[in-house]
Design a protein around this ligand. Structure first.
Ligand code: NAD
Length: 356
């Protein structure tokens, strides 16, 4: 049966890198139907909402979403309701995309581009799993108020055991399919939510005896990530810690343009989960329209889509090997070139396709 993928290119470099990714996807899986729809600023500029009804309907009937990026300079500073970024917020909320998965890999040949010493990042290959729909970003009360003449503000960190359990399971499942090491990050010496987190993670661990589990306090985890990044396999953590640690992990590689991500939801089963796949980076208005954006993140997002939503590990691995081959052979887009020959977005994608 033909699967439908919703292609949402969005703004800035989004359409450029999405073209590259869709081309690679079509090459490995010509049976998959890709349908394109407007999202973000591209929709707002046509007088439509950031997430038009037709786009939402396409997502509803698709196996997964391949997303470019949203954000245009002319909407900066406007309230969220009138900004392109609202589309992502709505998709995450309405499709209950609670697990953000960010693989961080340093490709052979790119070790020198990292801000850490090459020997620390050689062979680096880890995944950060961040809880995306709970914790302090969403807990109530959340407000600014004046009490007895003094301004104050409150945010509430709250987790329910089932929210912890489902994200922990994603972490264990991923670790089981890799090097079988899971690091759970919390702040259990201070936070009650972290004590619950650790207890639930320990409970889930009983179902995965083959996975070695370690607990790290978040401050220590932040240090160890730059001290011994190669020791990590899968890291699972709550929303705010994950927000910070996943960006810290991201800079271990040389370019944000290489980093893909998946946001998985409650629909489906392992290997067949509904998900939204997108580059970690934004719409990069500074380089948009020049044809020089690095398409690696978008191409690797398509590979993740195959792995987690279409249960097609073989095609996912083929794409990843092809990207690795381009870097090994010295292929570089502008931001990584440092004097070497520069490949355009299209030329880089062509090099990937040639290795498939
Ligand atoms: P950005 O990630 O777009 O860009 C940061 C830097 O990384 C820029 O120098 C850019 O040129 C570079 N970069 C990004 N993607 C690249 C690629 N593929 N190849 C080479 N270099 C690349 O962050 P920003 O400038 O802070 O934000 C721009 C817009 O994107 C804003 O409107 C923001 O709200 C939006 N944004 C969207 C998303 C998303 O769609 N998920 C995420 C982050 C930011």
């Amino acid at each position: 049966m033909s699967e439908t993928i919703a292609l949402l290119p969005g703004d800035g470099v989004g359409p450029e890198v999405m073209r590259a990714a869709a081309g690679v996807l079509a090459r490995v899986r010509p049976d998959v139907t890709c349908e394109e729809a407007l999202v973000g600023g591209a929709a707002l500029e046509r007088g439509l909402p950031a997430l038009p009804d037709a786009t939402r309907a396409l997502c509803e009937r698709s196996a997964a979403i391949l997303f470019g990026s949203v954000g245009l300079p002319q909407y900066e500073g406007k309230p969220l309701e009138r900004r392109p970024e609202l589309a992502l917020f709505l998709l995450r909320r309405d499709f209950e995309l609670f697990a953000n998965i960010r693989p961080v890999r340093v490709f052979p040949g790119l070790e020198d581009a990292s801000s850490l010493r090459p020997e620390l990042v050689t062979g680096l290959d880890l995944i950060v799993v961040r809880e995306l729909t709970g914790g302090i970003y969403y807990g109530k009360p959340k407000e600014q108020r004046t009490v007895e003449g003094v301004d104050e503000a409150v945010d509430t960190m709250i987790y329910r055991a089932p929210e912890v359990e489902r994200i922990a399971r994603i972490g264990f499942e991923l670790a089981r399919g890799r090097r079988k090491r899971l690091t759970s990050v919390d702040k259990q010496n201070i936070l009650e939510t972290s004590r619950l987190w650790r207890r639930v993670v320990d409970d889930v661990a009983r179902d995965y005896p083959e996975v070695a589990l370690e607990h790290l306090l978040v401050d220590n985890a932040a240090m160890q990530l730059v001290r011994r990044p190669g020791d990590f396999d899968v890291i699972v953590t709550e929303n705010m810690f994950g927000d910070i640690l996943s960006d810290e992990a991201a800079i271990l590689t040389g370019s944000i343009g290489t980093l893909p991500s998946a946001s998985l939801g409650a629909r489906g089963r392992p290997g067949r989960q509904f998900g939204l796949y997108e580059p970690v980076a934004g719409s990069a208005p500074d380089i948009a329209g020049k044809g020089i954006a690095n398409p690696t993140a978008a191409i690797l997002s398509a590979a993740m889509l195959l792995r987690y939503s279409l249960d097609d590990e073989a095609s996912a691995a083929r794409i990843e090997r092809a990207v690795e081959g381009v870097y090994r052979d010295g292929g570089r887009t502008a931001e990584l070139a440092r004097g070497a020959k520069v490949l355009s977005t299209k030329a880089f994608a062509g090099e990937v396709a040639a290795r498939l």
